[in-house]
Write a protein that binds this ligand. Sequence first.
Ligand SMILES: C[S@@+](CC[C@H](N)C(=O)[O-])C[C@H]1O[C@@H](n2cnc3c(N)ncnc32)[C@H](O)[C@@H]1O
Length: 144
Amino acid sequence: MVPDVVGMGMKPEELIQGFSRWVRDRSDIEGFRRPGSFDIACSVLTFMHVAEKKAALQNIVDSLRTGGYVVLSIDHGSDSLDFGDWSVDLYSWPPERYDDVLAGMGCEVSESIHLIDSWVGPDGQRSETHEEPIATVIKAIKPR
Ligand SMILES: C[S@@+](CC[C@H](N)C(=O)[O-])C[C@H]1O[C@@H](n2cnc3c(N)ncnc32)[C@H](O)[C@@H]1O
């Protein structure tokens, strides 16, 4: 069976390469619902922007077929992104809260994968978060 995949946001290609049937959708996830349409829904570093997370997660779960997967990478958060003259408010949740909400929607939630900052620059530079977790991948299945 060839799975139907939906990637939300701007750059899902890296995550879904290898799947032959996928769509990119730039809708607002808070209003996105395509009941029973996808086998996999993935979102990369986007949920920190989403204020109505429960509604968004419910939309994703509703849009999956039974046995479908939701895969989210989430940022370890600050309250805002600062670009100098302007900033963007963020709405961060700890990873466990995603797990709890998805489990409350009937999903089987896998153990989270914590991504560690291992960046080392050409001159040996390290960021302030070196060797700390900076993001988490959350995976859940909508049961059959
Ligand atoms: C940090 S960027 C990540 C983009 C891309 N996934 C990547 O990894 O390069 C955050 C993305 O979240 C998207 N976004 C913000 N709020 C959203 C919402 N309510 N529904 C869907 N996408 C949203 C923005 O359009 C932006 O593309």
